[in-house]
Design a protein around this ligand. Structure first.
Ligand code: UDP
Length: 468
């Protein structure tokens, strides 16, 4: 296409709103700041009503296109979600190749961007003759460092990570105790493990990697990854990319109305992301712990995870059973004046942005962490799956933006962690000060001339100036 056409970027999004939202945010930024257009390519399996509504709300410069469905019926029941996404991507390569060829004909396609479980699509982009292959890593620099080291760790760690005698030490990173290392690596007999090693190797084929993080949140690996290294793609921290708060257009929300009536910074928001659920026993201890803490709380409850995987709800955020049935007897009545319990879903960004919110008990999904930092909300870490346990380690032991609930998950320990983050004078005060500092750093980075904005400008420069 003619050079006068806007530069066009194709982005492949693996399933999950947690992958789609930051990539869409990247696309919007490319459109707004750099006059680019983007096509988001989505998988057939991810076509939920939530996703459709989200895609429909994007500006005209950001369009979307769904890949045709592929047959996954041969995969065993209970295959890990990371395996499903990886298989779907690998099996979509032929269709994707055609789509990218067509996009090249119709637009000035300057780059292809795949996300973390989509690296096999590089084969399609190469076959279609796309000039530049980029990876968008929606998690953090610690997790990226781990992925990039997986091929060699696979050879160097013979047993299971959870049995490591010493924490895993990677360049610049907070040491991660074996059991806290990325969940899909914790069982080497599961095909998911092989997929992760495969992706780690495949990432090296990228021309560069964009990461949804920022230096102040993880200065150690930022310093290392910002240095060029032979055999490793350049790394650009372009975060935090979070969904912009679109204001009050969604109609009345009981959570926000309730927050309006609470004192400033007095409420702890409790949520485990789009798919997280707790075992029934932990759900009970959490209820009693919140009550014991004496703090005000807003809790998004889901039915317990006992009858399925912890990420049971990943593709469908609606709780399947009535979650209130699992709360301790009389809990809702006893806490009526200080707490609000809502089923399944809350407008998290609006809650975190609300002046009454003073803390966030979170599963440490990376989007949730970034949202908390952007709005300056200190965290209580209660990780569940994916890379959440290592996120909890880097936040609590590393930068100091969270206090982690001890593994035993007893009500007293939960209450103590909540109280400390909300009003403690020791660690709590340090965490609150650190989060205020990170909030400022995040905002500065995204401003014109800030580190994240400069990183993205440099990327666009590469896409458009070295055009061939
Ligand atoms: N989210 C929300 N309301 C909820 C739960 C989640 O708006 O009740 C949003 C949250 O703001 C975040 C995303 O869903 O943007 C969750 O992403 P994250 O990476 O934290 O966790 P995941 O859902 O991938 O485990």
């Amino acid at each position: 296409a003619a050079a006068a056409a806007p530069p066009h970027v194709a982005m492949l999004v693996t399933p999950g709103m947690g992958h789609l939202i930051p990539l869409a945010e990247l696309a919007k930024r490319l459109a707004r700041r750099h006059g680019a257009a983007a096509t988001l390519l989505t998988f057939a399996s991810a076509a939920s009503a939530t996703q459709r509504a989200f895609l429909a709300s994007l500006p005209p410069a950001v369009t979307s296109l769904a890949l045709p469905p592929v047959d996954l019926s041969d995969l065993p029941r209970g295959a890990a979600i990371e395996t499903l996404m990886s298989e779907e991507c690998a099996r979509s390569v032929p269709a994707l190749t055609d789509i990218l060829r067509d996009l090249r004909r119709r637009t000035r396609l300057v780059a292809f961007v795949a996300d973390l479980f989509g690296a096999d699509s590089f084969d399609a982009a190469r076959a279609a003759g796309v000039a530049r292959l980029y990876l968008f890593f929606p998690s953090n620099l610690h997790a990226l460092t781990l992925f990039l080291h997986l091929p060699e760790l696979d050879a160097a760690v013979p047993g299971e990570f959870r049995d490591l005698a010493e924490p895993l030490r990677l360049p610049g990173c907070v040491p991660i105790p074996g059991p806290d290392v990325l969940m899909p690596l914790q069982d080497k007999s599961n095909p998911c493990y092989r997929w992760m090693v495969h992706h780690g190797a495949k990432y090296r084929e990228a021309d560069a990697i964009l990461v949804n993080s920022f230096d102040a949140a993880e200065p150690g690996p930022a310093k290392i990854l910002r240095q060029p290294a032979p055999g490793r793609p350049a790394v650009f921290p372009v975060g935090p990319l979070i969904q912009a708060d679109r204001g009050g257009s969604d109609g009345p929300c009981p959570c926000l109305e309730w927050l309006d009536r609470q004192p400033a910074r007095s409420v702890i928001f409790v949520s485990f992301g789009s798919g997280g659920a707790l075992p029934a026993e932990q759900m009970r201890e959490l209820a009693l712990g919140l009550e014991l803490s004496g703090q005000r709380f807003l809790w998004v409850v889901r039915s317990p995870s006992d009858e399925g995987a912890v990420n049971d709800n990943y593709y469908d955020a609606e709780s399947k059973k009535d979650p209130f049935a699992y709360l301790p007897e009389g809990f809702v009545d006893r806490t009526r004046d200080v707490g609000l319990v809502v089923p399944s879903w809350a407008p998290q960004i609006k809650v975190l942005a609300h002046g009454a919110t003073g803390g966030f008990l979170t599963h440490c999904g990376w989007n949730s962490v970034l949202e908390s930092l952007v709005y300056g909300v200190p965290m209580v870490a209660w990780p569940l799956y994916a890379e959440q346990r290592q996120n909890a380690v880097m936040l609590s032991e590393g930068v100091g933006a969270a206090i982690r609930v001890p593994e035993s998950k007893g009500r007293e320990k939960i209450a103590a962690a909540v109280r400390e983050v909300m009003e403690g004078e020791g660690r709590g005060a340090t965490v609150r000060a650190k989060v205020a500092e990170l909030q400022k750093a995040a905002a500065e980075g995204l401003q014109e001339g800030g580190a994240a904005a400069a990183a993205l400008a440099e990327v666009v420069e590469k896409w458009t100036c070295e055009e061939n």
